[in-house]
Design a protein around this ligand. Sequence first.
Ligand code: GDP
Length: 193
Amino acid sequence: MQIKTLKMDLSAVSATQYPTEGYPEIALLGRSNVGKSSLINTLVQRKKFARTSSTPGKTRTLNFYQINEAFYLVDVPGYGYAKVSKKQRAEFGVMIEEYLTTRQPLKGVIILVDGRRAPTADDISMYQFVSYYHLHTLVVATKMDKVKGNQWNKTISAVNKTLNLNQTDQLQLFSSQTKSGQAEVWQWIESQI
Ligand code: GDP
């Protein structure tokens, strides 16, 4: 994907603040620290566009990154925060759920999992949630530079088995360090928007 224009368009804390142009959207979801900001930065070929290592507990918003005046990547803050209160977590969960279940321009979801270990209970719930709502999903296993080449098949089977991936969904191994998988993630995004 050639990036011609890139805008951090807006941060939304409620549905009234979502963009109104109707451009297609792809949401990115994953536990905090899984490598979501790094994936976004790799995709848009910028070092510090999306903030990396976001602090748990800070105000969490849906961030809409507008690309080529054509579509949005929507950064959904990491689930599984330890430091926020149950109330904050519940409120935020409602916003994410509402976004994922009612947002018309949403064309697909990328769920990030840590390629070094089997998906967690949070990853499984998130995948089950988006599957239930028939959202087209790409699962991206991150940090694959930390996994030896001869173990990549193990990652593939662990993710497939743990998440019980639907036939219509795909898995892509990825590393923001080596940029391995970058073209394939873009290909998937382009096929959805
Ligand atoms: P986020 O919280 O999901 O946005 O995660 P970040 O992108 O901030 O990454 C969390 C940590 O993992 C940071 O220290 C990154 O440098 C590191 N990280 C992210 N992606 C990769 C990767 O592909 N390979 C390696 N080795 N480290 C990564």
